[in-house]
Design a binder for this molecule. Sequence first.
Ligand SMILES: O=C([O-])CC(=O)C(=O)O
Ligand SMILES: [Mg+2]
Length: 563
Amino acid sequence: MAAGYQVLREPLWNKGLSFTPEERKSKNLTGLIPHTIESLQTQCARAMKMIQTRQTPIDKYLYLSSLKDQNVDLFYRLVMDNIRELMPLVYTPTIGDVCLQYSSIYTRPEALYISIKQRKSIATMLRNWPFPNPEICVVTDGSRILGLGDLGLNGVGISVGKLALYTAAAGIHPEKTLPIVLDCGTNNETNLKDPLYLGLRQKRVSTTMQQEFMDEFMAAVKEVYPEMVVQFEDFETEKAFKYLDRYRNTQKCFNDDVQGTGAVVLAGYIGAVDLSGVPLEEQRLVFMGAGSAGVGVAKQLMEYYTRRGLSEQEARSKFWLVDTKGLVTRDRGDNLAEHKKYFARTDNNGLQFRTLEEVIAYVKPSALVGLTATFGVFTESVVRALKASVDGGGLGRRPILFPLSNPLTKAECTFEQAIQWTEGTAIFASGSPFSSVTVDGITYHPNQGNNVYVFPGLGLGAILAKASRVTDEMVYNSADALAKSLTADEIHKGLIYPRIERVREASLVVAREVMKAARRDGVSELPEEQWVEWEEWGDVALMSYIRQRVYDPVSFGDARVRL
Ligand SMILES: O=C([O-])CC(=O)C(=O)O
Ligand SMILES: [Mg+2]
């Protein structure tokens, strides 16, 4: 009977060899699969073996992607149990290569592909999505994918990758996730010339036209999936800020590159300041890169200062932003982009500083943050100058060095360089994962300051709180919760983020605090009695509510307890 075969062909129903004898009978599977019964763990062991036989990261990705297309439970169990090894394949850095080659490696649909030519039927397209009531959507227009620039439709890989982590790192059911690319053309000549390119073969439309398209898209989302949270991803800077401002007060949305990155860096910064020996008020931060991430991070860090009693003026004075033209100052004599104006310095006495070296000599920073998407801009002389300026402040002080651009090919410096040029003293976090480094018998462990520690929990918290908006308080508390989620052992090891194996545990804590923040801000639409009960029973009750709602594939025969 066909029904049995269909069960095996449907990735959300297929359990591979984990069907019980009863299921095999009732679903007419007898004979269609080998007689043996395996736990998910045994099936994972087979998959890991297969991954190890694949030579390149892309090949490994393709294997994983086809596994996801055959057996969703197996894919997620595998990623969750081997997150350190597999996250770099389903996410940054490999996902960057996947996006670059997306049109060449495409085999089957895995997202909603909405082009501006179809703008009149957005609601229909949303309704065509095969799974009912998605809870979270990651949408990109492909205009600034990681640090790789405009990739057009090919950028859809990042929506797919981020949503895989919503499931693996926060337990949102895979059926409830919706990846979307809005194709507004591309200015990427390589794509435009590629005969296999899947997107619109035209230059990007005007900003006015895209704005109208976005309005229509957001209105259609509100109409078709009013409960869904929208994560804006990898929109180029101006649009990132514009769309966030435009929709944040009326719809459930946030921007991962502005707010997610801001929150994750703040969480790491809180831990880093503790380790640095330089008190918070004495920290001086130089930001290389003044795009959506640079300004987003600086604003989030500023919020930390103001919550600790500094005036806005005092807090802002701790930040020096640098772009390709040098230190961002009011009197630099160029047309400063709107989003840079807030942090433009006015205390430079008419002096301008064109290179990062000049800025460091002038500012004498204690922390250097890179969000430039340019490999190697933290040169040996830059990093040594940073260390020297921190050493000048007193013995035992440590520089904070965050080269955060993704993927690894865009990192401002490598972990090994950071260790060598600072004699092992740097408190280091990068966006994509570096390996540990051993120098003179001492092994140093890098931190990965990636928004994967924030967006899954932030989204989950917003969904479970039934938040009508994603407020600043919710974002701030995601950072605060992450900073507090480290174990004593992690703190003892000098880490500033939880070990990646604990990302799911940390995400649930983030979700809990995001929910509470939504409640405080009056945007949670959960029944009042529910909140009263949690407020009476405390975090334990709320946490147990969260745990009961997360996806955690287990199978017959697995010797595991639920998270
Ligand atoms: O995707 C990542 O790894 C972090 C991120 O949002 C970006 O670099 O745009
Ligand atoms: Mg991004």
